[in-house]
Design a protein around this ligand. Structure first.
Ligand code: ACO
Length: 342
């Protein structure tokens, strides 16, 4: 094992660690066969081009804070803490319950975290890596002992189920982790991070209406501007290039090679993006977790959902070195290097 204290990383302050993890997806499943009845598509096309078989969708009236509350409540229980032990909450999402108040406020109230402050973080598919870094930095300064990090999205609320190029890709879900100060080397650690934004990519993936640029009008509704619009090929190429690049940068800075990793957890946007990026990076495919078949792209929730599957299948164990990587709308790019703590 490389000695973590000898590395030069962006993580100053006291060490922090992921203390617990929990996820939630709504029970209703939308299969590729269901989509065949809704748009001109086929199970074969979706499977071959994306790797997705099914995704979970909320029923009407269920919002992002509801999914977040399920995951957060379980993560808090698994950590052995009480809601009042939390000092800080960050919710990564592009589908807040409403424009304001923040989903973090709604979640704080639902879970009874009376002593926490917090906010929402908008970084699309990179929201979980961004939120994890944000919480880790706040705990590392000593400002708070325990923080709740949530990635949650109800993508079905902004997807056009008449647009076959996007509606097959996305699902709803939530994941939560508790970030705490690490008591010692056996506790694991959030070791390093790297993030980028590139606003030149904004037109390639966006929801054009509903904000201050195009407030809701009859015209914006008629033009279906309140749904995700995507130039899939542009996003695909950027995601492959940047997933590899940001992962390599974090590994290089820490004197590591892909061989030193026990697990590589990418944002799950498309199986072909993950396979292509990890092949270029040179990660052993056995160390790459892909669970997009069951959930589709749940935006801020994909990385915790993948981590949860890895823990459940014992592919991720205490002491393992895991690299998280994400690319999302914005564009946003992120990577976080973690020594797993439980
Ligand atoms: N079923 C059948 N045919 C389809 C479907 C569908 N659901 N969607 C598109 N097609 C058709 C297109 O119309 C096109 O037909 P044409 O050649 O007659 O014009 C053909 O399939 C090929 O379309 P492409 O867009 O070239 O297909 P591609 O292989 O690039 O796959 C996809 C499209 C899956 C969207 C891919 O570009 C992609 O995954 N891009 C990344 C986007 C992404 O994952 N975004 C998520 C958010 S961002 C992030 O998480 C990184």
């Amino acid at each position: 094992m490389v000695t973590e204290t000898k590395r030069r990383t962006r993580c100053g302050g006291r060490p922090t660690t992921i203390r617990s993890l929990a996820t939630y997806v709504p029970p209703r499943v939308l299969s590729n066969a269901d989509l065949e009845k809704m748009v001109d598509t086929s199970n074969e096309w979706i499977l071959q081009r994306t790797g997705i078989r099914e995704r979970h969708l909320v029923d009407p009236g269920v919002a992002t804070s509801d999914l977040a509350a399920h995951a957060a409540t379980d993560a808090i229980a698994r950590s052995g803490l009480a809601p009042d032990d939390l000092g800080f909450i960050v919710v990564g999402t592009v589908t807040p319950d409403m424009m304001f108040p923040s989903t973090a406020c709604l979640l704080q109230h639902k879970i009874g975290a009376h002593r926490a402050w917090g906010f929402d973080l908008s970084a699309a598919c990179s929201a979980f890596t961004y939120a994890l870094t944000t919480a880790s930095q706040i705990v590392s300064t000593g400002a708070h002992e325990h923080a709740l990090v949530v990635g949650a999205d109800v993508m079905s609320s902004i997807i056009d189920y008449q647009d076959r190029s996007t509606c097959v890709l996305f699902g709803d879900g939530a994941g939560a982790v508790i970030v705490s100060a690490a008591a010692g080397p056996d506790d694991g650690a959030i070791l390093d991070f790297e993030h980028e934004i590139d606003g030149a990519g904004a037109p390639a993936l966006c929801m054009p209406a509903g904000g201050s640029l195009n407030p809701p009008t009859h015209e914006t509704i008629d033009r279906r501007m309140h749904y995700v619009k995507q130039d899939g090929a542009t996003v695909f190429k950027f995601a492959v290039r940047k997933t590899e690049e940001i992962a390599r940068r974090v590994l290089d800075r820490n004197g590591l090679t892909p061989r030193d990793l026990d697990l590589f957890v990418s944002h799950q946007a498309n199986q072909r993006i993950i396979l292509s990026a990890t092949e270029k990076l040179g990660v052993d495919p056995a160390k790459v977790i892909i669970n997009i078949a069951r959930f589709g792209n749940t935006t801020a929730a994909t990385i915790p959902l993948a981590l949860n599957d890895a823990v459940a299948s014992k592919r991720l164990k205490k002491g393992d070195l895991v690299l998280l990587a994400s690319v999302g709308a914005g564009f946003t790019v992120g990577a976080v290097l973690v020594r797993w703590g439980f």
